[in-house]
Design a protein around this ligand. Structure first.
Ligand SMILES: [Zn+2]
Length: 209
């Protein structure tokens, strides 16, 4: 298995190909590749991303069958089943890089903000379970904000929500803590721009190894 740093470089290269419209995905997703993977997989990165239809991890990183172990849930939140999925992949396949990827204009984050600002309060219990996971990091941003800062507030909230998920994965699992300490597992945050197609990785890439 390649290291976290090598995996990160591979994702950056793939996103560059995606942005410049030079994708290799048709080759990576052909019949031969599928057949070769029947016997087993070795995904080089785990991606926890949002369910938003405009943010498919394999496409924006220009990867094919067998490359990424992807968990998608609205708002890229971390609940126990997401931790379990990440633990499974990290332990079973030896994958050394975990990326939590939020994106601009995330509907789950906007819905949370709307609720916090009192604009809506009629979500179902199930949807509320997502909003409740987003709320703590977003709530902390509200004091002192003015209405005209709405756009900046959404951007800040999206990043704060990614950081909260990263922290949860770094500190909320004994198994992942051990892998971080002893085996070079890295958990990094990232944001995908709907406007440009560019994935920006957050700072702190080196502080988790
Ligand atoms: Zn989203």
């Amino acid at each position: 298995m390649i290291t976290a740093v090598e995996a990160l470089a591979r994702l950056r290269d793939g996103n560059r190909r995606f942005v410049t419209n030079q994708t290799a995905a048709p080759v990576l997703s052909g019949h031969a590749r599928r057949a070769a993977l029947v016997a087993g997989q070795e995904p080089f990165a785990i991606v926890l991303g949002c369910s938003d239809s405009r943010v498919p991890a394999e496409l924006v990183f220009d990867q094919g069958f067998g490359d990424l172990f992807v968990i998608r849930v609205a708002g890229n939140i971390v609940a126990p089943s997401q931790v379990g999925s990440v633990e499974f992949a990290a332990a079973r396949f030896g994958t050394r890089l975990i990326v939590v990827m939020g994106h601009s204009q995330c509907g789950a984050v906007v819905a949370t903000l709307e609720e916090l600002l009192g604009h809506t309060n009629n979500q179902s219990r199930n949807l509320r379970s997502i909003v409740d996971r987003v709320r703590p990091s977003v709530e902390a941003l509200l004091p002192g904000r003015r209405e005209e800062d709405a756009e900046a507030l959404v951007s800040d909230a999206i990043r704060a929500n990614v950081r909260a998920s990263v922290n949860h994965l770094r500190h909320g699992s004994e198994l992942l803590k051990q892998l971080i300490r002893n085996d070079g597992l890295l958990v990094v945050g990232a944001e995908y721009s709907l406007e440009t197609g560019i994935v920006t990785f957050f700072e702190g890439v080196s502080d988790a190894g």
